[in-house]
Design a protein around this ligand. Structure first.
Ligand code: SF4
Length: 92
């Protein structure tokens, strides 16, 4: 059985796999760039929702599409997960 030769690309356009209205709602933790100089650019490929991009100003995380899975923080230095609060601190 032949294996498919698939290109290595993000799994979708930004927001392509996430319902934008739900992305922030379901997040318990959010990724924050703590040190952009330590971020491995390949982390862009690991984000299942294409929420990380690189532009002329550097790495950008779109919180509209990020679901808070934490893969980026696990795969790269320079990104940490912090609690996401949607109300008074400690109350979700
Ligand atoms: S936590 Fe990181 S890997 Fe997960 S959706 Fe958000 S930006 Fe992408």
């Amino acid at each position: 059985m032949a294996l498919k030769q698939l290109p290595i690309v993000p799994s979708g356009d930004p927001g392509g796999l996430a319902e934008s209205a739900n992305a922030g709602v379901q997040r318990i933790n959010r990724p924050v760039i703590s040190d952009a100089t330590k971020i491995d650019p390949i982390v862009i490929l690991f984000c299942p929702d294409g929420a990380i991009s690189l532009d002329e100003s550097g790495f950008v995380i779109s919180y509209k599409f990020c679901k808070g899975c934490g893969i980026c923080a696990k795969e790269s230095e320079g990104i940490v997960m912090v609690p996401e609060y949607t109300g008074p601190k400690g109350i979700f």
